[in-house]
Design a protein around this ligand. Structure first.
Ligand SMILES: C[S@@+](CC[C@H](N)C(=O)[O-])C[C@H]1O[C@@H](n2cnc3c(N)ncnc32)[C@H](O)[C@@H]1O
Length: 274
C-alpha cells in the first residue's frame, strides 16, 4: 500500500506508485521540479531529494513543516477542530487571500492545509489576481493528516530534502551529475484533464521546451530522466528518443467529474550509469 500524502492534490501519483516505481531513475538524489504533494518522495527511497514546485503556498507549507512542524501542527489542528462550516471557511479563505506581508509562515501554511482539506474536492485553484477561489467542500469530518505530516517531517530531515519554490527551468539548472530527474508536469492538453494549478497554465510550447531541456540534460550530463504525462505527449517524447510506457491510472480529480481510469504515459531516458 502506498503512503498517503499531507495534501489532496490533482494528479497525485499515490495510486500509481507501483506502476511508476520501476521506471524511476536510479540515482543517489531525486530531483522533482513538479513535486506537487510529494507523493513520489513519500513512496521512494532515494538518499536525498530536491523538491520544487512553482506553487508558493505549497512550498511554503512544506518548508514550514520542515523547520517548525509543531507550530503548523498546533495552529492547523485548531482550524480543523473549530471551523468546518460555511462561514468560517470563507472567513479563513479571506484571511489566506489577504496581503501576506504581515502573516507568519506558520499561519500561511496552516491556513493552506486547512483550505486544502475543507475545500471542494481538494482542488487548488486561483483567480487571475492569484486569490485562492475554491468553494467550501461540505465534508462531514475532514481528515487531519497528522501521520502524514510526521512521516513527511521525518523523511525531509533524514534525506536532507531541499524544498524550493522555483519554475521548472530554475530547478533543472540545479541538476547535478549524479542526480535522477522525475518530472510530472500538468498534463498536456488533449484529454479532459485538470491542468491549471496556479494562475498561469502549462501550454504545449511549455511541454515542448521541457521535453527538449530534459533531452539536453541527458545528452550533456548523462542524467537518467523519467516523465509522466498524458498520451497527447507521446509523440513529443518518442521523437526525442524517450522509451514510452503506457499505464492505466485511476483518476482522483477530473474537471468533469469523470473518474474512469485514464491512460498515462511514462517516458524514460536512461542515464550513462543506468
Ligand atoms: C501533476 S502535478 C504533480 C503531482 C505530483 N507528482 C504528486 O504526486 O502530487 C503538477 C505540478 O506542477 C506544478 N507546476 C505547474 N507549472 C509549473 C512550472 N512552470 N514550474 C514548476 N512547477 C509547476 C503544479 O503546481 C503542480 O503541483
Amino acid at each position: 500500500m502506498a503512503n498517503k500524502t499531507i495534501l489532496k492534490w490533482a494528479g497525485s501519483k499515490v495510486r500509481i506508485m507501483e506502476q511508476l516505481r520501476p521506471h524511476l531513475p536510479k540515482a543517489k538524489r531525486l530531483v522533482e521540479p513538479f513535486a506537487g504533494s510529494c507523493a513520489v518522495m513519500m513512496n521512494t527511497d532515494y538518499e536525498e531529494y530536491l523538491i520544487a514546485d512553482v506553487n508558493q503556498d505549497l512550498i511554503n507549507l512544506f518548508g514550514a513543516l520542515a523547520f517548525v512542524p509543531d507550530g503548523v501542527i498546533f495552529e492547523a489542528s485548531v482550524f480543523f477542530n473549530q471551523n468546518n462550516n460555511h462561514s468560517d471557511y470563507y472567513r479563513l479563505r479571506n484571511e489566506f487571500n489577504s496581503p501576506k506581508s504581515g502573516m507568519s509562515q506558520v499561519r500561511q501554511a496552516s491556513l493552506f492545509l486547512y483550505l486544502n482539506r475543507h475545500c471542494y474536492n481538494g482542488l487548488c485553484r486561483y483567480n487571475k489576481q492569484g486569490k485562492f477561489n475554491v468553494p467550501f467542500g461540505k465534508y462531514k469530518a475532514p481528515y487531519f493528516p497528522r501521520n502524514e505530516i510526521d512521516s513527511f517531517c521525518d523523511k525531509a530531515y533524514l534525506t536532507k530534502a531541499k524544498i524550493l519554490n522555483l519554475e521548472w527551468q530554475d530547478t533543472l539548472s540545479l541538476v547535478d551529475f549524479n542526480d535522477g530527474v522525475y518530472c510530472d508536469p500538468p498534463y498536456m492538453a488533449g484529454r479532459d484533464s485538470f491542468t491549471q494549478y496556479h494562475t498561469t497554465g502549462f501550454t504545449d510550447a511549455d511541454h515542448e521546451a521541457l521535453a527538449i531541456a530534459l533531452k539536453d540534460i541527458n545528452d550533456i550530463q548523462g542524467n537518467p530522466i523519467t516523465v509522466s504525462n498524458s498520451p497527447a505527449a507521446k509523440e513529443l517524447y518518442a521523437d526525442l528518443g524517450f522509451s514510452i510506457h503506457e499505464i492505466q491510472a485511476p483518476r482522483t480529480i477530473a474537471a468533469n467529474g469523470n473518474r474512469k481510469p485514464a491512460t498515462e504515459i511514462i517516458a524514460v531516458l536512461t542515464g550513462v550509469k543506468s
